[in-house]
Ligand binder design. Sequence first.
Ligand code: 6PG
Length: 236
Amino acid sequence: MATIVEKFFDSKDALTAELSTTLEQRLVSGIEADGRAVLMVSGGSSPAPAYKHLSNLALDWEKIDVAMVDERWVDVAHEKSNEAFIKSTLLQNHGAAANFITMKNNAETAQQGSAECEAAYQQLKRPFDVTILGMGPDGHTASLFPHAGGLQQGLETSQLVCAINAIESEVTGNITERMTLTLAAIAQSKVVKLLISGEEKLAVYKAAKAGGDVNDMPLRAVLNHPTINIEVYWAP
Ligand code: 6PG
């Protein structure tokens, strides 16, 4: 079982305030300890206010590497691009000076682009200082989707990234081709912040934590990992 600390907040504002403070501290101490800090970022509505807050802080952004936890295999101009979301929230103001590592490259498919992506991620300092994860009502986290093509590899490989073909659902929408951090990469983080909003997802989180088939709810692989250090942030 991972080391899990659960933090429940009365409001999204309270969650954002605490998350912003701890992210700032993690980045500052990462730079102090190692000369650079690495922040792995997810898309989703939960982290957006903290990203905007962080972007306004006068950190040593040139020493911060920001990299994606997962990405749809779409151009950055696409409305569903996670990279575009990160660029419009975190990589603004002072945050614009950060070194951004993209997942998406020019390869036609995520599968074909995975070696190039892996090579870029291998350059990053490890362990990563912070990895921010979201979760879906289907029990996915990062782009480790239930029963997806590539899921087995994502859970078993020692590589940092892998291509995923998700089964189309309400959660995935029609863009099912993705790149994701692997379980092994998530495990190479000093801390994982898992952000959860609302009662429905809280019930999903509890079901995942209770155990069962990881293929049904890949979040289980993170929660059951022997060495991952997770802080769960929940707000209504
Ligand atoms: C994606 C989304 C997704 C998101 C979760 C949590 O790439 O499909 O980024 O994985 O992280 O659905 O979203 P919320 O933060 O809105 O709860």
